[in-house]
Design a protein. Sequence first.
Lengths: 175, 175, 502, 502
Amino acid sequence: MRFWVTLEGRETEVTFHTEGDRLILETDGRRLEADFVPLPDGEVYSLLIEGRSHVVRVSPAAEGLEVELRGAVIPVEVKHPLERMLQQSGGGRAAARGETITAPMPGVVVAIRVKPGDAVSAGQAVVVVEAMKMQNELTVTHDGIVSEVLVGERAAVAAGQALVRLAPAPAGGEA
Amino acid sequence: MRFWVTLEGRETEVTFHTEGDRLILETDGRRLEADFVPLPDGEVYSLLIEGRSHVVRVSPAAEGLEVELRGAVIPVEVKHPLERMLQQSGGGRAAARGETITAPMPGVVVAIRVKPGDAVSAGQAVVVVEAMKMQNELTVTHDGIVSEVLVGERAAVAAGQALVRLAPAPAGGEA
Amino acid sequence: MARLNRVLIANRGEIAVRIIRTLRETGRTSIALFSEPDRTALHVLMADEAYAIGPGPSKDSYLNLERVIETAKRVRADAIHPGYGFFAENATFARACAAAGIVFIGPSPETIDALGDKLMARKAALAAGVPVVPGSPGPLETRDEVKAFAREIGYPLMLKAAAGGGGKGMRVVRSDAELDAAWDLTRGEALAAFGDARVFVERYIERPRHVEAQILADHTGRVAFLGERECSVQRRHQKLLEETPSPAFDAETRRAFGEAACRVAQQVGYLSAGTVEFILDEQRRFYFLEVNTRLQVEHPVTEMVTGLDLVAEQLRVAEGQELSFGDHPPEPRGWSMEARIIAEDPARNFMPSVGAIERVRFPQGPGVRNDSGVYRGYEVPVFYDSLLAKLVVWGSDREQARLRLVRALDEFVLEGPHHNIAFHAWLALHPEFAAGNLSTRFLEEHWKPGALKPGPEATSAALLAAALHERAERQRVQVGAARDDAGARSTWKWSGVERGGR
Amino acid sequence: MARLNRVLIANRGEIAVRIIRTLRETGRTSIALFSEPDRTALHVLMADEAYAIGPGPSKDSYLNLERVIETAKRVRADAIHPGYGFFAENATFARACAAAGIVFIGPSPETIDALGDKLMARKAALAAGVPVVPGSPGPLETRDEVKAFAREIGYPLMLKAAAGGGGKGMRVVRSDAELDAAWDLTRGEALAAFGDARVFVERYIERPRHVEAQILADHTGRVAFLGERECSVQRRHQKLLEETPSPAFDAETRRAFGEAACRVAQQVGYLSAGTVEFILDEQRRFYFLEVNTRLQVEHPVTEMVTGLDLVAEQLRVAEGQELSFGDHPPEPRGWSMEARIIAEDPARNFMPSVGAIERVRFPQGPGVRNDSGVYRGYEVPVFYDSLLAKLVVWGSDREQARLRLVRALDEFVLEGPHHNIAFHAWLALHPEFAAGNLSTRFLEEHWKPGALKPGPEATSAALLAAALHERAERQRVQVGAARDDAGARSTWKWSGVERGGR
């Protein structure tokens, strides 16, 4: 089987197959082998990689997959041939430029730091949401221009609710 | 709703209904009420009986149900009107008299203490099965006559496998 | 005084569970309260009795004074244990208990009042001859007042909510500009958290350590010092990891520190368990900060080295008995650390996280204690704080305790909400932490979000896991396709497109 | 000697997991072995490395000497820890390790030989001036020999497998008739368990206590006594609950007892951790029983009161280092008890039970330690012993430890196989146990299968639970009926008939 994986920012092609309880995987020239067995309780596997024991849990996340291992979470993006085609037609890249800031959890908006038309840069805080007795500054991950502010201060917001929309920054606008 | 329950050897008729998260139950003149809420993870309920907190787990057992509560297991037999009819036609009672001794778990038969035709009395050991490095004497729960011995010594047996069958003791033969 | 047989716990979560344990061990009836979303909370399942007290928001349930007192009377509670937070340091509540003929487990309302007000507490400390950090004589009303004060004693300054505590409503400002940015936010948080926007100001000590004294006092006037706890590792003034003893202390510092703490307690006629908080500067001088008139989140580390049950001692004192150890508190033995396991995402600026506990396996084995209020399948409510569990370890020395903590964290399986277990492992393995070089600025100086980047072996495992997931998904799809060509297949395709469109 | 960095554990279950913990805390690589059914066992999931060694039956995997040694060599293990059982007291295995250039963590093969043979062990004790129970000079071959011996020293007698241990292959006979019944069974078990049918005989002491001494010895000839453990509560000679100290001991008994244990150890040049077992008669006289040349199942209670890590001490000794505490073992502090949580059904004559762990929540909080090899969803294999977990508690005195044990048992959620948690609660609450009046006949004298009969409140709860189950089942049926009339309905009807037909 064949697919593309983005791990720590690098996208690589991966082919793999299984022989009984052996998993054989190849990616840019490297060959990985492991004994695997599914464990009860969620999508969890025990892997023995050249004898080294790892328990990994796979769960769908907002963006692709999250692999949990020894308390650490490793985000992994997986693309199928079909999806990849779609992206290379450009749609994917253009879409990736814009951005929507959403509430990570239910809470109350205590401050909005931007208005439509403002230019914002990656890492800048645009909204403050209070939840679990903490005030949390929500930041943007790309440069851009605020296109919409969808909530007002003191508004109660639900998890995942869109708060602010950004248009691509002029710099990135060739798409 | 209405059914019959056998608890600690006593069979009583039970009627019950729910009002929201309240359960109201009546059995021989007694009225029981509880707040209930199902908990995640199996058929488990939290009950508040006049404020007293209990967590109960219900699981099907070889004979009816087992209710687990604070580490203790309470066997409960439940009968529906239909089943009760069937039993009162007599089949139930007759069947209840005979007995089959089964292996409680996988193991090896190390001794058989009876042969067909032997009269045995409740509590008597008839077979010894070795499992988990322990030799376990299997005893009969009613008086009876050995009708069949289904395994030989040294035989490996599976959990639940029938080992010895008893016919009702003459004393109990009026059915 | 009569024995307290029926004790109501006006709290929730891990601390309610912890109090239930001592009540059960001492043959008392534990009575829990629960808000609507807490009907399935562990403290409700574990208590002998449990009663509803209203909707999720604290003010409508756990902070609904009339309802709590009315319930306690109705269920014939002999006493109320407030835990920490909620009514733990509320003199009005303590008075309401007394008025209802119910014993409040804690110090007297007068003591709570005297120590709850930071300014009065400072006065008490000064009267007891205990040094304090220079600060504003009272709350300041405008930024200009603060700037004027800053010109007196200089930046950096600490803004502190007059009604605050537990690190809530505190901010450091290093310049007039920072002050302008922080002023409204601080007053806003103060108002939201404590219903009191008043803020005062004191000198901020660079690289301070936070060290506190556990004390226990009974009605004979006896005040026992049970050793210090170092709680320097903090984020946004929230303690993350606590330990006892403090790696900064020698015997002489400990003696002087213990005496100072006891003097403050005696000054206000303290009763029951309390914590006297100090900060320690780089010259190891300590300054009185405040007194927490309650059981502390981090009390277990003291229990680990002394073998005492602090809740049991509180119950004794509330019954008018003397402390179990009289004038001879047990010699502390070994070292203990507590890691607060919090529902937050270290990779995303420690953003709080919620959701159901999908899978949990607590660490076990030698020298490990768990205190938690969660279980598999439990939904962490959004209304309350995000402490999921406290992992407490004991070792014969600091190094064994530290390595045991690393081992236990490695063994801890907790899935569902994001959490800070991997962060704690990073912390416990950090050379500066290992060397005991701590200050409240530890994270500021050493933490980088990239710190949790997985190693090559983990990356390989993740890659293999992703492949197994793909395999499983395709098997599901094939099964689906076989069963129903349109359905299953198109779902897969759509999810594909959706992901592609990101 | 060089540091042992790669340590292979020739064992499974809770003890393998416990050893892994110390290896990780001391920065060593833990290497697990697993039989086919153990691929998903906790020790495999937790170890740094894990390797397959064959099919389920012990003799084909964990007792396959060649395979274990070959694997240890292939994976470059520096040392092998045998845990308890399997190869723990096998001199041939210890020699095979030496021949392979691998350190065996335990005493020398010669010591194991000398103490493994009960008769040689008795000689060693006598040589060391330690009293033993009168018994047959050697194995007896026929019932008649036994009967002759009985005429000499009188019934009751104890039949003991010469190669036995851990209470396996032992039986009491009180008359010629009982002897006739027990003789073949005992030899049969001996043959099955140890491949050696030889049985010898000794006087059976009525109402004895089983008390054992934990010792640690290093290569300097130093032998440390780490206090006694009372293991009197047994069933079929299997220990069920252990505690330290012994409620039967005073300081003087303890001193004499410790000296006797150390004399036996010195007599045979003992090395590493070991246990000298004695029985104590009602006059508090102790008689040497045997030496277990291994880490004991119940070692955690000693760790709880001393603060030592016995596995870490074993590793030190194996590396040629001295004991961590030199000549000054830590003063034991407080009291500790261990309850063995076993997959068996107390209501059905403690019949072993198997199956998947459907739900588990271990007790937590102050003074509680869990050691276990199971987790939710884990299938308990039928090939190995049925110990699921060890619940260990600590208290400042026996009463606190006992009540804490009751609390922890009450909190323990374990569903799937039948288990003895409720039995342990009965035991801990029994007035004779509370009074410390123990003997190996405790169950014989006090246990009745009806003992676990639920109270009226539990019965009401069970009734309500049954009603909720009915309700849920009928809802399922209605849903089913709506979806598919034939299917769901008839299942229900059939299950009805089936139950009716019982």
